[in-house]
Design a binder for this molecule. Sequence first.
Ligand code: NAD
Ligand code: ZN
Length: 353
Amino acid sequence: MKGFAMKRIGEVGWVEKDAPKCGPLDAICRPIALAPCTSDIHTVYEGALGEREDMILGHEAVGEIVEVGELVNDFKVGDKVLVPAITPDWGALESQRGFAMHSGGMLSGWKFSNFKDGVFGELFHVNEADANLALLPEGMDPATGTMLSDMVPTGFHGAEMAEVTYGEDVLVVGIGPVGLMAVAGSALKGAARILAVGTRPNCIEVAKEYGATDIISYKEGPIEEQVMSLTRGKGVDKVILAGGGLETFKTGVKVIKPGGIISNINYLGSGENIEIPRVEWGVGMGHIKIVGGLMPAGRMRTERLANLIMAGRLDPSKLLTHRFEGMESLDKALDLMHRKPVDLIKPVITIKY
Ligand code: NAD
Ligand code: ZN
């Protein structure tokens, strides 16, 4: 079979591979919709995971099942399924502790285009199908469904880790697709003001549609000064980091109230140490928490997030700015993600058979 792969750091292209094998608990799928991710760019062009040779990329997909293992109960050949980017081993000790995304070791629930071939192939393998897949709801556009692989669960996890609750003021740093979903998640959890940091006009427009009340440009002076001025020197209750570099942690500490939570969902692809400003961190006694996390996955969570879309409370299709047809468009779509033209939020590819 063919797949669109990272050939080595800095180089992508089509490769020929053996079809994946199905274990007793697993499923083999063919893609019906695919989306590239900023993380694919970190992987290929920054070598953030280290060297990989001819590894098929991609972890955002809606698929159709072509084979199931003999111990799979709830899915059958022909089912159309939502495929989470993270596919944990649910029996691992980390999973029993409540952190299935780290099953088998730090970040190890992230298997696609990391420890094994990703979803940008004619076929891809899903471990523990009953626990990891969810049915594509009747009536949901598969292109929209791809946003349930990573963008919705990651952005919403930003709001979850920040423990956003009614009436709080939340700062979201970075409004690419992940940050936009953090804005939408914070709004659904009851935030009052949502201050969003970004510069691209269509991201700003969509951020407002998802609930941002104030827009801050990091290109027009320090973020902390703008936040303090907008909040009359009070700062915010919660901060979600979804873009920028290590310096955003400093910004977060400088604008957060005592007892606040800084929640990072950004993939920190470079740099060494994160600095915490001592004084603003309450000289060590400010009850300010800093937390970061890989998205949680699993069938139940994926079904619940899909329910939000079907109930009309969330519309992630606003992220889909560039649409392609056919797997052969993968190189164009990934190249868009690499160049990030100003009108891009998220490209998506649909595949007909
Ligand atoms: P993106 O590049 O589209 O968005 C990041 C945004 O941050 C951009 O709009 C950019 O303009 C903005 N930005 C850049 N510098 C900034 C600064 N100094 N201050 C404020 N904003 C700044 O990326 P995305 O697709 O939205 O993904 C965001 C991050 O989330 C990426 O690093 C991605 O790899 C990561 N990610 C994490 C998970 C997870 O499970 N935690 C999952 C998917 C993606
Ligand atoms: Zn991703």
